[in-house]
Design a binder for this molecule. Structure first.
Ligand SMILES: [Zn+2]
Length: 257
């Protein structure tokens, strides 16, 4: 069984080498590690340069949006042009924690959509309690030309349909294993299967039975099993499906040649 962790924060893991060995043992063949600011984007690019099966994104999280000036985006652009950078983000809007003022969040998000369009890279979107505005900005800026994924999808069917119409996929984390995730399990069965991506968001969002402890890429198999059950397919079929979906989105090489 081959899995791809489409959204990990490897730079935040303790004991990275051991975690990567466990991931390989669990069938996680490729990992996309995510930038949320300039240090983590540089760390992601550095890990991708060093590790053959790791790919990077370059982005600025809405929490840190007020850090951004034009110099920042010029640095981001240079980093995103390195060979193993596969997407722009995570970027978006977070009206739940509101750690940066909303005008700054909107500006940083718009700037990153423009960068993705300029470079022809897909977008990794963070959306927390900003569903309508995220969908509206993606539409207004023509983001369907590059597509991407709504990471850790937390919206309902209405938002899912809006972003699916724009060519975006849905990132499914280990939260699909939680007892209270019935709505998500119902939703995944109603959307086109070729738009589903598996991700850990590690070290956050550990699946059952590890909830409350640090997450790691090896636990992706638990999310895969829960997604498979929700779709009524086998874990092997779910792994093959999501691996193909994520390879297509991020243009990752297949390992079989
Ligand atoms: Zn993340």
């Amino acid at each position: 069984m081959t899995l791809i962790d489409s959204h990990a924060h490897l730079d935040m893991l303790d004991g990275l080498e051991a975690a990567l060995a466990r991931a390989a043992g669990a069938g996680v063949a490729q990992i996309v590690t995510i930038g949320v600011d300039m240090p983590s984007s540089r760390a992601a690019a550095g890990l991708a340069a060093r590790l053959p099966n790791v790919y990077a994104t370059v982005g600025l999280h809405p929490h840190d949006a007020q850090q951004a000036g034009e110099k920042y985006f010029a640095q981001m652009k240079a980093l995103a042009q390195t060979s193993k950078a596969v997407a722009i983000g995570e970027c978006g809007l977070d009206f739940y924690r509101d750690l940066s003022p909303r005008p700054a969040q909107r500006q940083a998000f718009a700037r990153q959509i423009e960068l993705a369009l300029e470079l022809g890279l897909p977008l990794v979107i963070h959306d927390r309690e900003a569903h309508q505005e995220v969908a509206g900005m993606l539409k207004a800026h023509g983001a369907e030309r590059v597509g991407g994924v709504l990471h850790c999808f937390s919206g309902g069917l209405d938002l899912a349909r809006q972003v699916l119409d724009l060519g975006f996929g849905l990132g499914i984390t280990g939260t699909i294993t939680y007892k209270n995730a019935g709505a998500l399990r119902e939703l995944v069965a109603l959307v086109p299967r070729e738009r589903l991506h598996l991700e850990t968001d590690c070290p956050f969002l550990s699946p059952l039975p590890h909830r409350g402890k640090p997450n790691e890429p090896a636990y992706l198999a638990l999310a895969n099993a829960a997604l498979a059950q929700a779709l009524g397919i086998t874990p092997q079929e779910c792994a093959a499906l999501t691996t193909a979906n994520t390879r297509r989105l991020y243009r990752l090489p297949g390992l079989e040649g």
